[in-house]
Design a protein around this ligand. Structure first.
Ligand code: MGD
Ligand code: MGD
Ligand code: SF4
Ligand code: MO
Length: 709
């Protein structure tokens, strides 16, 4: 281009340059930090940048590195922009009409031949409440299938199961984050907040400045340990045993709250009988934590005037996940540390809408508002809201991983996936890939051609957070409304609209006549009314005015419920249920053939199956591949070199990984993050043993063999 033309273009660009700043929420973790997106638009290109919203009352104007780069994948040119159908092995661009017609033919043919339950639906926790609600309704009304579940099964289900059994209700945090600094002792068990919810670290730092003692329970000395007064380097899979030791000290040394136990709980006598049998030295041998440290931790928490316990996936992603969490809840209850300022329990939710995603009906056994699909009254209520006879609602289906097994057995023939990448995120992912390849029909609605989308017969371009209006319920139980900022790229459509379009070609359009997300929300409010997660008293305008509202919020004018359990728990008699927890070994323990314990989790720069963050060079360049974190002593015994490679094998598979020495991990344990697919997918090794109550897989411990490679 000659100089004149260059100059001319520059002038034109300057003349048409516009700057637009709009407010949105980060699409990644459960904190849901609000942010300002700046777009500098000229005729040639748009440039984007992000800044924190100083007015955000939760984050106080903070963003982590993922948030600062969250726009990158959403505006990426590589986004899916057109519907595609696989023809002769290749995905080919087609019109929406052609795609919807093919979907109709496939679904009706399979259901005609094999019955309604031959189709499964698989959702995710990044979707808005409105989309989760429509997805559940779509499965039950448009497809009339019992098979629907979602990725939250791998995320929140153990904590949810435990809270339901102990408290009679499940909301992530029982208290708002602003109460964290009021606690005098905090236990952070299997939660790496510094890397996974970085912008809330400030609350814990503030607590510490106010004299709070912080105990971290983790097999690794994580970044979160920077605020710990005491770190219990537990062996993976032994949290319940550790808590039994702490309960023993608390009962023996008299740190219980007898008044609270008498007035507000059931089951104390049985718990005492069980704890009396616990021996600290046995607990120490099992957990690898010394009796002195167990005693110190129990005294810190037991003697503190106020206290809070937080758990996350480290404690929960086990075949004994529900029992593990219930033991932490025993600790909360025997000391009476709940329902008061600075006293409570929190399961730190993971995904952007991990909380709301588990409330409104995309779970196999659930209807909106935490209603249960097997409860006759609940069925009757929702059938009325949806305008169908109660008998037409399907019954309870299977959990996420069990659906994969049903696909493998040939019982589910077609699957619709919205907002998840199961080949990367399911345990035993070799089997999952094999199963998905057996499907007669796989429809994926995504932003990118993920590892799972690559197997689709039909791939539809869905909506990213910048385009998609709706509500999200963040980790505190606070419902926030997120407005749409940008037009959809190419021919992409809003996720909820795609579901309505499919319902319409299936002849069920009359149940899905929504013109906006707000209209769906107004139906969701009614559907949740009287349920445990009651949103009835919320409206978009109230949510906007107040920077969100905490559920339950049962009627208009109700202020919402920031602190739960002040006067009663949600079991019928208003009491919480204590329960003795016998320690169970993990399903796989170290053996001569598989001598190390593998645990898996996250790193700061990447998000879940990595589809979004691997598309973001600023993040990907800092952590471009999975690393095998191993203690140098163990590495030395195996003959590994720092920065070299190792072959890691479990009974289910083998992958090759780069080695990273770390003094911070237990010598019997190795850690690998799960953000990568194909040959770098650690889930090829993980154990699909499921918790009997909630069906959470044992992501956090399996036995492996390690060899130099
Ligand atoms: N950067 C980043 N942030 C995220 C996400 C992400 O992918 N990346 N994902 C979001 C989602 S969906 C979720 S669910 C959350 C997860 O948040 P976390 O649960 O905090 O994350 P994890 O790394 O899975 O596990 C936490 C810790 O558990 C420890 N651990 C492993 N086994 C055990 C055990 O047996 N007992 C105990 N006590 N600890 C154990 C691990 O060493 C790890 O440090 O993070 C959310 N935030
Ligand atoms: N080994 C091991 N495995 C684990 C875990 C672990 O700790 N260890 N943790 C588990 C946990 S806690 C979780 S939450 C799961 C998560 O596992 P997944 O659900 O598989 O993870 P995501 O990467 O969130 O998948 C989201 C997919 O949907 C797309 N997507 C994102 N947002 C949208 C949207 O708004 N609309 C549409 N249409 N598509 C969207 C993304 O591009 C991506 O392809 O992984 C689980 N798996
Ligand atoms: S803390 Fe979570 S919500 Fe906030 S910017 Fe980081 S990833 Fe996004
Ligand atoms: Mo999660």
């Amino acid at each position: 281009m000659n100089e004149f033309l260059k100059h001319f273009q520059k002038q034109q660009a300057a003349m048409t340059r516009r700057e637009i700043t709009t407010q949105t929420e980060c699409p990644y973790c459960s904190v849901q930090c609000t942010m300002n997106l700046h777009e500098e638009k000229s005729i040639m290109v748009s440039r984007y940048s992000v800044s924190a919203n100083k007015e955000d009352p939760v984050t106080d104007g903070r963003l982590c590195v993922k948030g600062l780069n969250a726009h990158v994948h959403a505006v990426d040119e590589g986004r899916l922009k057109y519907p595609m159908i696989r023809e002769k092995g290749k995905l080919m661009k087609v019109s929406w009409e052609a795609a919807l017609e093919e979907i109709r033919i496939q679904l009706q043919t399979l259901q005609g031949k094999y019955g309604n339950d031959s189709i499964g639906v698989y959702g995710g926790g990044s979707l808005t409440n409105e989309e989760c609600y429509v997805l559940g309704k779509f499965a039950r009304i448009a497809l009339q299938t019992k098979y629907i579940d979602y990725n939250g099964r791998f995320c929140m289900s153990a904590a949810a199961g435990a809270s339901n059994l102990t408290f009679g209700i499940d909301r992530g945090l029982s208290n708002p984050l602003t109460e964290v600094p009021l606690a005098k002792c905090i236990i952070l068990a299997g939660t790496n907040i510094a890397e996974c919810q970085p912008t809330i670290m400030q609350y814990f730092r503030k607590a510490r400045q106010e004299g709070c003692k912080i105990i971290v329970i983790d097999p690794r000395e994580t970044a979160t340990c920077s605020i710990a007064d005491l770190h219990l380097k537990v062996k993976p899979g032994y949290d319940a045993a550790l808590v039994n030791g702490m309960l023993k000290v608390i009962l023996d040394e008299g740190y219980t709250d007898p008044d609270f136990l008498e007035k507000r709980t059931n089951g104390y006598a049985e718990l005492v009988e069980h704890v009396n049998k616990v021996s600290l030295s046995e607990v120490s041998a099992l957990t690898g934590v010394s009796p002195q440290q167990i005693t110190e931790a129990a005294r810190m928490y037991g003697q503190a005037e106020t206290g809070m316990i937080f758990t996350a996936r480290g404690v929960e992603q086990h075949a004994s996940g529900v029992a593990n969490v219930r033991n932490f809840l025993n600790l909360v209850l025997v000391t009476g540390k709940i329902g008061k300022p600075g006293c409570g329990y929190g399961a730190i939710t993971g995904q952007a809408n991990g909380q709301g995603g588990r409330e409104h009906g995309q779970k196999a056994d659930q209807l909106p508002g935490y209603r249960l699909i097997e409860n006759p009254e609940h069925r009757a209520y929702i059938a009325k809201v949806w305008g169908v006879p109660e008998e037409e609602l399907p019954r309870k289906g299977l959990s996420a991983y069990e659906m994969m097994e049903a696909i493998d057995r040939g019982e589910i023939k077609g699957l619709i996936i919205l907002g998840s990448n199961p080949i990367v995120s399911n345990p035993n992912s070799h089997m999952v890939e094999k199963a998905l390849k057996k499907l007669k029909f796989l429809l994926v609605i995504d932003l990118f051609e993920s590892e799972t989308a690559r197997l689709a017969n039909i791939l539809l371009p869905g909506s990213a957070y910048l385009e998609d209006e709706g509500t999200m319920t963040q980790l505190e139980g606070r419902v926030l409304v997120r407005r749409a900022l940008r037009p959809l790229p190419g021919k992409a459509r809003l996720d909820w609209r795609i579901l309505c379009d499919i319902a319409s070609v299936l002849g069920k359009g009359q149940y899905f006549q929504y013109q906006s997300a707000e209209e769906i929300f107004n139906e969701l409010r009614v559907a949740s009314k009287g349920g445990k997660a009651d949103y009835y008293g919320m409206t978009y305008s109230l949510l906007e005015q107040q920077h969100g509202m905490f559920w339950p919020c049962p009627e208009e004018g109700h202020p919402g419920t920031p602190r739960m359990f002040e006067h009663r728990f949600e079991h019928e008699d208003g009491r919480a249920q204590l329960t003795p927890i016998e320690h169970q070994n993990p399903k796989e323990v170290a053996t001569r053939k598989y001598p190390y314990l593998l645990t898996t989790g996250r790193v700061l720069q990447h998000y879940l199956s990595g589809v979004q963050t691997r598309h973001t060079s600023e993040l990907n360049s800092k952590y471009p591949e999975p690393l095998l974190e191993i203690h140098p002593d163990s590495a030395g015994e195996i003959g590994l070199v720092n920065g070299g490679h190792a072959k890691v094998s479990s009974k289910r598979g083998t992958i090759r990984l780069k080695v990273k020495f770390s003094q911070k991990i237990r010598p019997d344990t190795v850690f690998v993050a799960f953000h990568w697919g194909n040959d770098q997918c650690i889930n090829r090794l993980t154990n699909p043993a499921l918790d009997p109550t909630c069906k959470m897989p044992e992501f956090k411990v399996c036995a492996v063999q390690i060899n130099p490679s």
